[in-house]
Design a protein around this ligand. Structure first.
Ligand SMILES: [Zn+2]
Length: 646
């Protein structure tokens, strides 16, 4: 090896070590100035800001007129010292602990690998519930820790909850009631590689709590760029939690929505009410704050959990003392209270197809809050936490007519509203996948782009970008509707893909309301639509394209080529190991079965010939998830949703 090269290498390594520094401030506005410099702020008080920065970043700070004091030359030092004391779990000992809990309490736990870190370490999620192996129609709640690998206390708090729930299940009737009535998911270590290397960041050097896709702000390579944040997104979508609590360690604060904007969320009242209950039970907490008032952050977990999925998600900041137990103890009462509150007041129910009775994916909105929660994809179950009052409920699902139910009275218990929906074969945006934050440009609220054209629109911001999930792959043409509130037609590019993260193919540009045809791309269908504003600066009150709705005329599989179709029944759905199909009224020579995953990839193709009324496909090697089974004959095709659950 060349000597110069070695020197260069050492130099590079040395400068990349980040320091923990403290910067005195005289006004909160200095936080906003510092945020513009894109340094990693880890905590803010009235007197000072603590940041993690390398030498280059410190020079930038100096040039911008900030003076600082170095607290640690390597910001990971205090974490290393803490681990040497032996009072905290390491990644390995915590994994062992989770393993033995799952072995000791098989009836009420399910240990799942929800994903893998950059370096391939498993991200473990422990589900605690009666019948833990089954997805039940019960409200869900999630507790997560260690987004920042050095914040060891956050993993300890979640582990402490796990131990309390499992150890006391058979002797404590309150805990038994909580475990039996809820689906509780615990992910103590979101960032295994970071914990392993005492680092705030994951192995790609990314701050995971800046990588989430709702109002993502260029603090990571792209929205959901890291496997760890993607895993947490998928886990939330598979289990539809009512509440989420994400633990961190730099302060004594309950940090509420939003992190990206000082504007209060529509769900503010119930969110603050629950935060107050947490505060009252956890003596160490100094205050409840809206995240952005503390310091603004784009791309946080809590913003995406609510923004995209309707989960009321909190960031709980805790102290990291030498002894973790007192902090764990001071949180446990509040955590149990929140498990109780995640399902003891509000509206619950199951949304089904009016003909088949099968559960369907639906969006549920409360008039006045106007932010969707989503049904559990396995069971069609939903739960919305609400305070006492009278509410109007709106249920929408792709391909089905929406339904509105007025004057639902919620008192001190749960009101049950089950709703069957009727097919209408119209398809609109079902869910927001990602959106970039373009500052003041994103003035309107994102749920306005969901569902049909309704004169409510969402401004995607000058140069802004959105990725939208149509729910199922759409075919042929679709129309993008521009909102009527803008003063003129604005320009944008439209792209489509069957993967939400990549492989987007351009359909060209549009101005105002425009119809596009997928076939120009060579794709036969696409599930995701990306829209990029043309970046032209306008003086409109809502800059950037104002998206009202996307409507698809023909949907994947639902449209039959003629009226003839045999009866096809899936014998058990969810499917465990064998997808069994029963066919009657068939005069077909050959019937083709194609099983697709949610990304639209073909997994299994099989053809059966005449006179085989029963047929089965082995699914034991296919991971638990939702799939589409496309069944095609000579002149017809149909698609059924299949849930594989092991
Ligand atoms: Zn943190």
């Amino acid at each position: 090896m060349n000597y110069l090269f070695v020197l260069t290498l050492i130099f590079t390594v040395n400068t990349s070590i980040k320091k923990l520094v403290e910067i005195p401030i005289t006004s909160k506005s200095q936080v906003y100035e510092m945020n513009k410099l894109k340094v990693t702020i880890v905590s803010v008080t009235d007197q000072c800001i603590q940041i993690i920065a390398d030498d280059d970043e410190l020079r930038t700070l100096n040039n911008s007129g900030f003076s600082y004091t170095i607290i640690f030359n390597d910001y990971r030092e205090p974490v290393k010292k803490l681990l040497e004391k032996g009072t905290y779990h390491t990644y390995e000992t915590l994994v062992q602990e989770l393993d033995s809990i799952a072995i000791n309490y098989p009836a009420i736990t399910k240990l799942d690998t929800i994903g893998y870190s950059v370096e391939g370490r498993p991200m473990l999620g422990l589900k605690i519930s009666d019948n833990a192996e089954t997805e039940e129609t019960e409200p869900g709640i999630r507790f997560t820790g260690c987004h920042h690998g050095g914040e060891l206390i956050s993993a300890e708090i979640v582990l402490y909850l796990i131990k309390q729930l499992t150890d006391k299940y058979s002797t404590d009737s309150y805990i038994k009631q909580l475990v039996d009535g809820r689906q509780i998911w615990c992910v103590p270590i979101v960032n295994p590689d970071g914990m392993y290397s005492y680092s705030r960041y994951n192995a790609n050097g990314v701050d995971l709590n800046r990588d989430y896709g709702y109002m993502w702000g260029w603090d990571s390579p792209y929205p959901f760029s890291q496997p760890e944040s993607r895993a947490l997104k998928l886990n939330a979508e598979m289990h539809s939690f009512t509440l989420g609590f994400d633990y961190h360690s730099v302060a004594n604060i309950i940090n509420c929505l939003w992190d990206y904007t000082p504007i209060r969320p529509n769900v503010d009242t119930i969110m603050l009410d629950l935060a107050k209950e947490y505060y009252d039970s956890a003596s160490y907490i100094d205050t409840i704050m809206h995240g952005c008032d503390w310091y603004p952050v784009s791309g946080s977990c809590q913003d995406a959990m609510y923004g995209c999925n309707g989960i009321i998600d909190y960031t709980i900041e805790t102290p990291q003392d030498a002894d973790p137990i007192p902090v764990c103890v001071s949180n446990i009462g509040a955590m149990l209270k929140m498990i109780e509150r995640s399902g003891d007041i509000g509206i619950s129910g199951i949304i089904t197809d009016s003909v088949t009775g099968n559960p369907i994916n639906a969006r549920i909105e409360i008039e006045g809050i106007d932010w969707p929660v989503y049904t559990n994809p396995y069971t069609g179950f939903y739960h919305i936490a609400l305070l006492s009052g009278a509410y109007t409920l709106k249920i929408s699902s792709n391909g089905y007519s929406s339904k509105e139910i007025t004057n639902i009275i919620v008192d001190s218990s749960v009101t049950a509203i089950d709703v069957p929906l009727i097919l209408n074969n119209k398809y609109y945006v079902n869910k927001l996948v990602t959106i970039t934050y373009t500052g003041n440009s994103n003035k309107t609220l994102s749920p306005a782009l969901l569902g049909p054209e309704d004169d409510k629109s969402f401004s995607i911001g000058t140069g802004g970008e959105v990725v939208l999930d149509m729910g199922i792959p759409i075919k042929d043409s679709f129309t993008v509707y521009e909102g009527i509130d803008s003063t003129g037609n604005e320009g944008y590019e439209v792209l489509v893909s069957n993967m939400w993260q990549d492989s987007f193919v351009s359909l060209g540009v549009g101005t105002g309301t425009t119809t596009f045809n997928i076939s120009v791309t060579g794709l036969s269908e696409a599930r995701y639509v990306k829209m990029i504003d043309d970046g032209n600066v306008s003086n409109y009150t809502t800059p950037g394209f104002d998206l009202d709705a996307i409507e698809s005329y023909r949907a994947f599989g639902i449209t039959e080529k003629n009226n003839y179709k045999p009866n096809i029944m899936i014998c058990s759905n969810p499917v465990i190991n064998n997808l069994a199909i029963k066919i009657t009224n068939s005069n077909e020579k050959n019937i083709t079965f194609k099983l697709y995953n949610l990304a639209g990839q073909l997994l299994i193709k099989d053809i059966i010939s005449e006179g085989q009324p029963n047929f089965s496909i082995s699914t034991d090697k296919i991971p638990s998830n939702i799939y589409f089974l496309k069944i095609e004959g000579r002149n017809w095709a149909t698609t059924k949703k299949v849930i594989i659950l092991h």
